[in-house]
Design a protein around this ligand. Structure first.
Ligand SMILES: CC(=O)N[C@H]1[C@@H](OP(=O)(O)O)O[C@H](CO)[C@@H](O)[C@@H]1O
Ligand SMILES: [Mg+2]
Length: 561
């Protein structure tokens, strides 16, 4: 280890004494102005991770996803989200950083002195038995936040300190970086994932989409709210590649140059939480609409019914649509692995609407697994299946296909013409659907493909089941770390006694459910409630928020709904 080089470059990225950082649900996420030393250290860690994995490419994505810029505007929304940039690391096949390395990330980011940094690096090298003579390869991308450009430089110094190589992909969506990383690391594999680069990503998705929708009636235009983020640019390029004979799209909220507009009163998170159309999109009956988040890894659909009422098709609806369609094709094509039907499963979190779980498990007879919040948890659980569908209610998710099942899709031996047709659709789906990570653009094409083949409108799709009324509310408290969730986030172990109080409130309503957990990405506690009627949900939500606010250090306004 070239300690003198590390110490020299560290001088340019000094940490403020009081700053504390945690590698949470989605990596480090905090005020951009405090992130410079964190990025330097993440560069060091990414280099070590690459060396540990025989020089495989490790990705670093600089983004704060759905979080807005920290500007003071009338609404409460941006004031609650002062975490305006962040970074997360990507493993060689596009997964999130392996969990055993998260404590290293936190420890390194918090090291106070230069001696602490060296001691921490030495500890990681020794514990992980890292051969420092190995080359390290790190690739970085960022979303459209202006602070990102400088943070790339901080990361670069970290990588250089361990004599590593840094590839800078510039501005990309988060899933495009994951895609590139998977491509880079599978170049020499039996089944390379694809060619590195934005244009190849668009072409791969577009070719697969067109191969299946060719000859079908084109759907009416899709209005996409791009949250004034990187998704605007990417969707424009994707739509151009697909061509208007196949896909009509109108992109709104595409003002990437004004960073204070990013995710402000628009985007997938806003639409999901507020259950209304974003600013900048005048929703009328008959329109098909969708919203992306700031780094384009989430998507939700919506429309207005005949009475003009806002109707949301969230991640749960996307998951059940995909699961139903794929299961049907697997049956029609008679797909087997060693004589058995492929193992099929749906992965959800506690935020999934109870109706979706019931529909999937009872009506569709799909095994449903629950994990903690955060895609990394869902992704790993989905890998246990041959076909694992995973979605968070907020619209973040994908469908994973095992190597065995992908091989089975290509096995046309003894298959009828009808069966081969279904196999071809499955094959194309496995290409359209990003296997590295949940991807708003790829998920959008999956949905569009299914609706095209099924000849379904958004309201037809919505008919499968009716969501139970629900609310998700952010409560600001002085210290959210006192809330310790257990049982896949459905209960609280601490503060002692709070869970009993929540249970007592929930008991007052029929078919009700509520849970409280600290956010891993924002400085808030999230309260979720669900019940049979909107009135019940509203009452229950106020009761639970009041419990949290009054009993456990509530800050700011005491209005919850
Ligand atoms: C309720 C909710 O939507 N939580 C989101 C949010 O995490 P929190 O830990 O709840 O802040 O951001 C994560 C990263 O994008 C996402 O994986 C997760 O689902
Ligand atoms: Mg995101």
């Amino acid at each position: 280890m070239d300690v003198s080089l590390i110490l020299k470059l560290n001088e340019e990225h000094k940490k403020l004494e009081q700053a504390k950082f945690t590698y949470g649900t989605a990596g480090f996420r905090t005020l951009a102005s405090t992130l410079d030393p964190v990025l330097f250290r993440v560069g060091l860690l990414a280099s070590l991770r690459s060396k540990k994995l025989n020089s495989k490419f490790i990705g670093a994505m600089i983004t704060a996803s759905h979080n807005a810029a920290p500007v003071k505007i009338k609404s409460d929304f941006p004031k609650l989200t002062f975490k305006d940039n962040g970074v997360k690391l990507v493993e060689p096949l596009g997964e999130m950083l392996v969990q055993t390395w998260e404590p290293y990330a936190t420890k390194l980011a918090n090291a106070e002195t230069r001696e602490d940094i060296v001691a921490c690096l030495t500890e990681i090298i020794e514990t992980e038995k890292i051969d420092l003579t190995k080359q390290s390869n790190v690739a970085v991308a960022r979303d459209t936040r202006p602070s990102g450009e400088k943070l790339v430089e901080s990361l670069k110094d970290g990588v250089i300190s361990l004599h590593g190589n840094l590839t800078n992909f510039g501005v990309l969506t988060t899933p495009q970086l994951h895609y590139n990383i998977r491509c880079l690391n599978t170049k020499a594999a039996k089944h390379p994932y694809g060619e590195v680069g934005e244009e190849h990503y668009y072409k791969k998705l577009s070719d697969a989409y067109k191969s299946i929708t060719r000859g079908f009636k084109k759907l009416s235009p899709l209005y996409v709210d791009a949250a004034n983020g990187v998704g605007a640019k990417a969707l424009l390029a994707l739509a151009k590649e697909i061509g208007s004979e196949y896909f009509d799209v109108f992109i709104v909220n595409a003002d990437v140059a004004n960073s204070e507009k990013l995710n402000f009163e628009c985007g997938a998170d806003f639409v999901k939480l507020k259950q209304k159309a974003p600013t900048g999109l005048e929703l009328k009956s008959g329109m098909r609409c969708a919203s992306l988040d700031g780094d384009a890894d989430r998507i939700v659909y919506y429309y207005a019914d005949h009475d003009g009422k806002f109707k949301l098709l969230d991640g749960d609806k996307i998951a059940t649509l995909a699961a139903g369609f794929i299961m049907d094709l697997v049956r029609k094509a008679n797909v087997t692995i060693n004589g058995q039907p492929p193992k099929f499963g749906l992965v959800q979190t506690a935020y999934a609407n109870g109706s979706s779980t019931e529909y999937a498990s009872k009506k569709m007879q799909v095994p449903v697994v629950f994990t903690m919040t955060g895609v990394k948890h869902l992704h790993h659980a989905a890998e246990e299946f041959d076909i694992g569908v995973y979605f968070e209610a907020n619209g973040h998710g994908t469908v994973l296909f095992s190597e065995n099942v992908i091989n089975a899709f290509s096995d046309v031996n003894g298959k009828t013409e009808e069966e081969i047709k279904s196999l071809n659709i499955l094959k194309a789906l496995s290409i359209v659907i990003n296997q590295a990570v949940g991807d708003a653009l790829s998920d959008m094409l999956m949905v569009e493909l299914i609706l095209t083949l099924n000849k379904q409108s958004l309201s037809d799709w919505d008919e499968a089941y009716t969501d139970l009324p629900s609310r998700q509310i952010k409560v600001k408290v002085s210290d959210r770390h006192i809330f310790k969730p257990i049982k896949a986030d459905t209960e609280l172990l601490e503060p002692l006694g709070l869970q009993e109080k929540i249970n007592a409130e929930v008991k007052k309503y029929s078919s009700a459910r509520s849970f409280v957990r600290p956010s891993g990405t924002e400085d808030v506690v999230r309260v979720y409630c669900e019940a049979k009627t909107q009135k019940d949900v509203d009452e229950l939500s106020v009761a639970i928020c009041t419990l949290v606010f009054d009993g456990y250090g509530g800050i700011g306004e005491r209005t919850f709904i």
